[in-house]
Design a protein around this ligand. Structure first.
Ligand code: NAP
Length: 275
């Protein structure tokens, strides 16, 4: 029987996950399809039951359901409980188990820029994605991470949980020249005219600036970082790698991530640069 998978969210029409997974199913000769399903918050429980009943092999969860889905699943793994959020659900018999591949997807993308584990890293933001990234950086052996956030208390709490440092936004801006890698994880940047979540005036030339927002591909943060002579890494790699980890959980197959990064970069109107 043909297998099927899905992504649920509200809104969902913009999601590139159906394109990415359908392409990988075809490339790997798997008879399956991947559906975008619009689910409003009030319908989440029924949606989860329907996915179960109708035999979905697994599904992705996107905004705003990443936390709210947890009570409707049969369990979550360590990555999902660290983040208190689920982005990938895997079927095991009749059970749905939640996982989170965002943090590990981010680290795989970061590794393509050849960082050193003793690089001084500034993580900007303390929301769901920042949580996954902070824990994944720790697991990957990055030993010098400082967290800053608009709401400083959240930066302090996350820093405590991950044995990192925390810094107020104004201190981070003043001391920015000391950081080798600056990671932008806030939701700022989705709109072209938004102010930056942190001033890059004091960024050092050659530092690596990373934005996890990938649409638009050339965010105001990355544009400013380029002006300051920083190297840049956009969010497409994280998106593709988090999807690839999920694809492997569902099918046991590692898909072609390099080709997908190139295709999605071009789809979003960017120029692909092969590092
Ligand atoms: P979230 O949990 O809602 O966290 C939002 C973060 O942004 C918080 O740190 C928040 O600070 C900060 N923030 C929001 N508005 C701000 C502003 N005007 N100025 C300064 N800081 C502001 O969201 P999330 O799930 O972490 O997602 C964050 C972004 O990552 C989204 O754009 C999402 O699309 C992107 N993302 C990308 C990928 C990928 O694959 N590339 C994966 C996951 C997420 P406060 O604590 O002060 O509110």
């Amino acid at each position: 029987m043909k297998k099927w998978y899905a992504v649920i969210g509200d809104p969902i029409a913009h999601s590139l996950s159906p394109f990415m997974h359908d392409t990988w199913f075809q490339e790997n000769g798997i008879d399956a399809s991947f559906l975008p399903i619009h689910v409003e918050p009030s319908e989440l429980k029924e949606a989860c039951e329907s996915l179960q009943l109708l035999g979905a092999g697994g599904f992705n969860v996107t905004l705003p359901h990443k936390q709210a889905i947890i009570p409707f699943l049969d369990g979550i793994d360590e990555a999902a409980s660290e983040m208190n959020a689920v982005n990938t659900v895997v079927r095991n018999g009749k059970n749905f188990k939640g996982s989170n591949t965002d943090g590990d997807g981010f680290v795989q993308s970061l590794l393509t820029a050849d960082p050193r584990t003793d690089d001084k890293i500034l993580l900007v933001g303390a929301g769901g994605a920042a949580r996954g990234i902070a824990f994944a950086l720790d697991r990957a052996g990055f030993s010098d991470v400082t967290i800053t956030n608009r709401t400083f208390r959240r930066a302090e709490e996350l820093a405590e949980e991950t044995a990192s440092e925390s810094m107020t936004k104004s201190d981070a801006e003043q001391n920015l020249g000391g950081f080798d890698i600056i990671i932008q994880t806030t939701s700022v940047g989705l709109a072209e005219d938004e102010a930056l979540p942190i001033s890059l005036e004091n960024a050092k030339t050659g530092a690596l600036a990373v934005d996890i927002v990938y649409n638009p591909i050339d965010t105001p943060f990355l544009k400013k970082a380029e002006e300051k002579g920083c190297r840049t890494l956009n969010g497409v790699g994280m998106f593709v790698y988090q999807g690839a980890i999920g694809f492997e959980k569902w099918t046991g197959i590692k898909p072609d991530t390099e080709k997908m990064i190139k295709v999605i970069t071009e789809k979003l109107g960017g120029n692909y640069v092969n590092r």
